[in-house]
Write a protein that binds this ligand. Structure first.
Ligand SMILES: Cc1cc2nc3c(=O)[nH]c(=O)nc-3n(C[C@H](O)[C@H](O)[C@H](O)COP(=O)(O)OP(=O)(O)OC[C@H]3O[C@@H](n4cnc5c(N)ncnc54)[C@H](O)[C@@H]3O)c2cc1C
Length: 407
């Protein structure tokens, strides 16, 4: 990871949030020209990044520019892996997807065609080839025998906990300071000069403040005094699922909110277990560290209010579905489960840049943050050090949601 700052000028940058995005930004920025303080209210990587499916992909991302941004994200991790102990966290294992009904087959074929036209590695294969690629698949089961399948060899997944530990270690080896717990919990800002205030009473002066606080970015933007968004003229005014904070994220706190997702980790795996990312109609899975397998399901509806017995019921159901889909889980039990929250921007695409009304605050919040963090952090660090806006980030500026009240 090359330093991207001019060593003759020592500037100070506070990075708020040590998830995959903030840790990546800190690692890119820290160095002789930039003193970074990385703040987190918890230990690094304990929020959404810890529980993410962490599938590296640009499999169904549109429009084309956003697809390209995600594709660049996949390539950026491959580059970083060579410098940052990749074997500990980088798994370019590919992804096998199965489709069993006519609608899903047609959608899969159309998607593979579109991705191929876009220069993205994607191939339609038959069930036999799918089980050669992923030998744990139970493609002899009646439901899967006639499945259509696709193979995405450029995809994979990351183990985010060892990754974030290495990003933070790299940043601190280049002079960054890590503040966690109450010392790292940001509770306020001053603007003249720019200061960050923490719950422990620490006051940090900064030349730049980058907020990578995941789903909490709207709260911090409000603390910074940014204007609430007013829907642009002609925009659909009925968006009850969008929080009314300065940075519009899909609502995650209310019962029934769709930003939360339910994840389950099961194990141990015996014999042959899955080696790749697998998307089957009723279950999505991938290997996880410690001999576990990570599971998600498209219909596992849970939010932060779902009662424990219901979560346990879903966890058991996902394990049963995984057993029907792959070998190696006959003796597995549920090791862990969690409702975790997607920091989902209102239009589904990243929000990156300076906030209108509080330009000193640079925010970065996104879904697909695992896929995107290596590339986004490189663009963000280049903007902050060179001061030149990155053309690639132009579609993702926060002001696309804002216009001045009364306009
Ligand atoms: C179920 C699920 C599946 C997903 N699957 C994928 C996938 O397959 N591929 C993919 O690319 N992405 C996926 N995502 C999305 C991805 O996980 C997120 O986009 C990414 O983890 C966000 O990282 P982050 O660093 O922005 O946020 P987080 O990991 O949430 O980190 C934010 C940090 O900010 C800290 N913080 C908050 N407030 C404060 C404060 N006031 N002071 C100090 N610190 C603060 C928190 O403690 C936290 O550590 C998935 C998400 C979910 C929920």
């Amino acid at each position: 990871m090359r330093p991207s700052v001019r060593p003759e000028v020592q500037r100070r940058c506070a990075v708020i949030g040590a998830g995959v995005l903030g840790a990546s930004v800190a690692a890119r920025l820290a160095g002789p020209g930039m003193h970074v303080v990385l703040l987190d209210q918890d230990q690094p990587g304990r929020a959404t990044s810890r529980w993410s499916f962490a599938w590296l992909n640009s499999n169904d991302k549109g429009p084309r520019l956003y697809h390209e941004l995600n594709h660049a994200g996949i390539r950026a991790w491959a580059e970083l892996a060579t410098d940052l102990d990749g074997p500990a966290w980088y798994r370019p294992a590919g992804n096998v997807e199965l489709a069993t009904d006519d609608t899903a087959r047609a959608e899969l074929a159309a998607r593979v065609r579109r991705l191929t036209e876009w220069g993205y590695p994607a191939h339609l294969v038959d069930a036999a080839e799918a089980s050669r690629l992923e030998p744990s698949l139970r493609t002899q089961e009646p439901a899967a025998r006639n499945a259509a399948a696709a193979w995405f060899p450029g995809e994979g997944y990351l183990l985010t906990e060892p990754l974030i530990a290495r990003l933070v270690r790299y940043a601190t080896s280049r002079g960054a300071q890590l503040l966690t717990g109450e010392q790292g919990r940001v509770v306020g800002f001053d603007t003249d000069p720019i200061r960050v205030r923490t719950a422990a009473g620490t006051v940090l002066e900064a030349d730049e403040v980058v907020c990578c606080a995941g789903r909490w970015v709207p709260e911090l933007a409000a603390l910074a005094g940014a204007a609430s968004p007013v829907p642009a003229a002609g925009a659909d005014s009925a968006m009850p699922w969008v929080s009314a904070a300065p940075v519009p994220l899909e609502n995650w706190a209310e019962p029934g909110a769709t930003a939360p997702g339910f994840v389950v980790r099961v194990g141990p795996v015996d014999g042959i277990g899955p080696k790749r990312v697998v998307h089957a109609p009723e279950i999505y899975l991938r290997p996880h560290s410690g001999g576990l397998v990570h599971l998600e399901a498209p219909d596992a509806a849970a939010d932060l209010h779902t009662p424990e017995p219901e979560l346990r019921r879903w966890a058991g159901e996902l394990l049963r579905r995984a057993r029907r889909t792959v070998r190696g889980l006959d003796h597995a039990t549920v090791a862990d489960y969690q409702v975790c929250v997607r920091p989902m921007p209102a239009d589904g695409q990243s929000i990156v840049g300076r906030l209108s009304g509080a330009e000193w605050l640079y925010i970065a919040v996104t879904h697909s943050g695992v896929t995107l963090a290596a590339h986004l952090s490189r663009l963000i660090a280049a903007e902050l050090t060179a001061g030149t806006p990155a053309a690639e980030l132009a579609p993702y500026r926060p002001n696309r949601f804002q216009r001045s009240p009364g306009a």
